[in-house]
Design a protein around this ligand. Structure first.
Ligand code: NAD
Length: 233
């Protein structure tokens, strides 16, 4: 894989989706332990379902911004791009990105804890919702990777990181592992590494190149540099 792009909540901020650490928004109203852990779900499934129902509804009105669109353009211009997102929104898909891994799951998917089937889901789920496959009631949960759970498709991601020439990290604070460690894997593969973020992330010193600014402004410029051949890596 030539180029691996890691994206986090910051790339969706200009589309109106609150980041994890924003002072306002849905995350500020709840403790992570309550809405983003298996224990929280066990304690109060209704609260958790409701939290993700609200976030799923939000997707009906948000649109990709110039950063998402630029990454889709990058993929159209080259055949060696993989986008790995920590985001659970669908803005990369809306922008047209096809080579995409949702390592932390998707708001528009649910999973039955009884038969493990994953379904597309665009509406609210409640404790009375039934699994379409096994028919059990109250077993549907968001197909989201919570703290303490294993992210999806780590083998594919690891393979791509160890064979890439360029690693770009966009809009992520570098707090959440394993994503925060991807830069080290890419470096050990000899890749050029760049951080495009509003401010230096926790792991900023690990990157060879850093561009700080809004994703909607800096990502299109960087993508144009790659596509024009100005950037050599
Ligand atoms: P984070 O909130 O920890 O960090 C976001 C980073 O983006 C910060 O460093 C911030 O400075 C930067 N940022 C903010 N606005 C920006 C902008 N306009 N342009 C560029 N950068 C900007 O988010 P994270 O690192 O993705 O990790 C937190 C976890 O929260 C992830 O696991 C993710 O799944 C989850 N999350 C997802 C969404 C989503 O799906 N859109 C939203 C919130 C949280």
């Amino acid at each position: 894989m030539g180029i691996v792009v890691l994206t986090g909540a910051g790339i969706s901020a200009e589309s109106g989706i609150a980041t994890f650490r924003d002072a306002n928004g849905l995350w500020a109203e709840h403790r992570v332990e309550d809405v983003a852990t298996p224990d929280g779900y066990e304690r109060n499934p209704l609260l958790v379902l409701d939290f993700y129902n609200k976030r799923r509804r939000e997707l009906k009105s948000v649109k990709p911004n110039p950063a998402h669109l630029a990454l889709a353009k990058l993929e159209q211009g080259r055949d060696d791009v993989l986008v790995v997102t920590q985001n659970v929104d669908n803005l990369h898909e809306q922008a047209g990105t096809k080579s995409l891994i949702h390592m932390h799951g998707e708001l528009n998917k649910i999973r039955c804890t009884e038969c493990e089937t994953v379904f597309d889901c665009y509406d609210d789920i409640t404790l009375a919702s039934k699994c379409e496959k096994c028919g059990t009631e109250g077993t549907l949960r968001p197909h989201i990777v919570w703290f303490g759970e294993m992210p999806f498709m780590m083998d594919e991601i690891s393979y791509a990181l160890h064979s890439c020439e360029l690693f770009i990290s966009i809009g992520t604070s570098g707090n959440v592992y394993p994503a925060a460690g991807f830069v080290q894997s890419a470096r050990s593969a000899g890749a050029h590494t760049v951080e495009l973020n509003l401010e230096p992330s926790l792991g900023a010193s690990m990157f060879k190149e850093k561009v700080h600014g809004k994703a909607g402004e800096v990502v299109p410029v960087y993508v144009n540099k790659i596509l024009s051949g100005e950037l050599e890596f």
